[in-house]
Design a protein around this ligand. Structure first.
Ligand code: GLN
Length: 289
């Protein structure tokens, strides 16, 4: 189309014809809306929408076609527009950092609804862009929230995202289970959360191109249950009385991980996601105060 001006209706048509065969109609519509909100300020979008055939700004089309090109090569929209949403939080996202998923949003919310007492200390293991840490920091403003990740870029982003969302979190770059937590971290936690890399490498070839070609594999794929074992050992010794740990799991592995946790003295309960798959496990540390 080159650089001639187009109307919103033409832009939508262009987007749907390019993306629907690959993404389906509904997803293509959603991508269209996300690109609109990214490329146009709200006032301009409202103005264009109220004026039927009015033409979009002249420089829009080439940027738009660039984005469509990237989407047609399976690049995730979050990397193209540099942000995503996690529940009601806007997070900046950079290539090289895991993009938070809807299944994590649902359990984070369900877990929050389960908590009768506000946690005072919260640890997020493998925080990525900071999604879980920031979510809980916003909901429990009096809690001290800590987040670790082995990826320095993720920690940089998590810190920026915390500031942008008006909360403060303490961070450290480290490989959990291999390196100790810093001395200044609390010894006892009221809440530990984690969405660790859990997709088995054997499932790599069945994973979508958007993930395989663009996301950092070390944030997604793993071998065995070693990390869950390390998390269980740590949780057993560091959860405060009444404290709880919640982790996301690969659904086919949920029951094995729960059994493993029992061996480490935890009492796990399994929870399903919206598709009816076992997706997260919670264990509460019982005992006398
Ligand atoms: N749920 C993600 C996916 O299926 C994986 C997340 C993870 O490994 N923690 O792509």
């Amino acid at each position: 189309m080159g650089s001639q001006p187009v109307s919103l209706a033409q832009l939508r048509q262009l987007t749907l014809s390019k993306l629907s065969p690959q993404y389906g109609q509904e997803e293509a519509e959603a991508l269209f809306r996300r690109l609109l909100m990214h490329f146009l300020p709200e006032w301009q979008l409202l103005w264009l929408q109220s004026r039927g055939e009015a033409l979009c700004p002249p420089d829009l089309l080439s940027k738009w076609e660039g984005a469509l090109h990237r989407l047609s090569h399976y690049e995730p929209i979050a990397y193209i527009i540099g942000k995503t949403h996690f529940v009601d939080i806007e997070l900046l996202i950079l290539p090289g950092v895991f993009i938070p998923r809807p299944e994590t949003e649902s359990w984070a919310y369900a877990l929050y609804a389960q908590l009768a007492v506000s946690p005072r200390t919260i640890l997020d293991i493998g925080t990525g862009s900071g999604a879980l840490a920031i979510f809980f920091a916003q909901r429990f403003p009096h809690a001290q929230v800590y987040a670790v990740d082995k990826n320095p870029l993720a920690i940089l982003l998590a810190e920026r995202n915390a500031v942008r969302n008006g909360v403060s979190i303490h961070t450290a770059i480290l490989t959990f289970g291999q390196e100790p937590l810093p001395e200044y971290f609390p010894r006892k936690w009221d809440l530990i959360v984690s969405n660790p890399p859990y997709v088995p490498w054997e499932a790599y070839s069945e994973t979508g191109e958007n993930v395989r070609l663009f996301e950092p594999p070390e944030a997604i794929f793993c071998t065995g249950f070693e990390l869950y074992e390390r998390i269980a050992i740590y949780a057993y010794e560091s959860l405060s009385t009444g404290g709880r740990i919640a982790v996301e799991v690969f659904p086919p592995h949920a029951e094995s991980i729960a059994a493993l946790w029992k061996d480490y003295g935890l009492a796990p309960t399994l929870h399903k996601d919206e598709r009816g798959l076992w997706r997260w496990i919670v264990a509460v540390r019982e005992g006398e105060e």
